[in-house]
Design a protein around this ligand. Structure first.
Ligand code: DGL
Length: 278
């Protein structure tokens, strides 16, 4: 039987976006093994109800847990906004982390004025999880959250820079800064948004800090694994990465390569069915 330390870390997202988090995790934890599950058949989560997203999250998590994992990372912000506590309770004592708390801590650390704008999906904004996490980390912070649904489609289409991306970004963001010129931090509360950073930078100018949760989440995972004595150390074989998707391995590979920051082909992607067996 495998020692817990050598078990993989499970990561799930609604699709390819969470590969931005996997990328940061692999950089921070190069010796670890990862199983990444993208629930592409049910993407997007961001426009669905909290109840549906929770149900999908439980199924995704169960699918990973059944493969034998030592740690669960919810890479999807929308899923993190509803599922962290329910999944912690369901799978205890296995540790579970979402991206919202680490992202909020990073956003608060970056902001001098305490005026923070969060860009996220409709579901994440509606649930208020970022607003709560930021208020917890920095009680005097002033937060405004904006749903930017079209950014997901733009990122998936690969239209991440240039006139169209910037025009849409202006439409979502300009009013936030008009209403509150003291905003000094833009917190990217969605897996897809980091790939739009160049267009966002062109729109907000040089003085606003852009923060995303991928790197801080990777640091938090490292810290918790280390604290629990669960780091994969002393292994000679470098960490493996398994990629699974519930639909469309070809599209997953084509679009996902941009998010992972390295090219991979559809042959690397295992098509899986995560519906519960009864
Ligand atoms: N992964 C989602 C998130 O981070 C974005 C895509 C979706 O709506 O499913 O909120």
């Amino acid at each position: 039987m495998s020692q817990p330390n050598s078990l993989p870390i499970g990561v799930f997202d609604s699709g390819v976006g969470g590969l931005t988090v996997l990328r940061a995790l692999r950089q921070r934890l190069p010796a670890e093994q990862f199983i990444y599950l993208g629930d592409t058949a049910r993407l997007p989560y961001g426009t669905k109800s909290g109840a549906s997203v929770l149900r999908y999250s439980i199924q995704a998590a169960e699918f990973l847990v059944n493969q034998g994992i030592k740690y669960l990372v919810i890479a999807c912000n929308t899923a993190s906004s509803v599922a962290v506590e329910p999944l912690r309770q369901r799978f205890a004592p296995m540790p579970v982390i979402g991206v919202i708390e680490p992202g909020s801590i990073a956003g608060c650390a970056a902001s001098k004025s305490g005026h923070i704008a969060v860009l996220a999906t409709e579901g994440t904004v509606r649930g208020g999880a970022y607003q709560r996490a930021i208020a917890h980390a920095k009680p005097d912070a002033r937060v405004v959250a904006q749903a930017c649904s079209l950014f997901v489609a733009l990122a998936e289409e690969g239209w991440t820079e240039g006139a169209i991306a910037e025009a849409i970004a202006h439409r979502y963001i300009d009013e936030l800064f008009r209403n509150d010129p003291l905003i000094d931090t833009l917190l990217l509360g969605c897996t897809h948004f980091p790939v739009l950073a160049t267009a966002l930078r062109a729109v907000i100018g040089p003085s606003v800090t852009i923060v995303d949760s991928a790197e801080t989440t990777a640091n938090a995972v490292h810290a918790e694994l280390s604290e629990l004595g669960l780091l994969r150390t002393g292994e000679r074989v470098p960490g493996r990465m398994i990629l699974q998707a519930t639909d469309g391995p070809e599209r997953f590979a084509r679009v996902g390569s941009l998010f992972l920051g390295e090219a991979f082909d559809a042959g690397r992607v295992e098509l899986v069915d995560i519906s519960p067996t009864r």
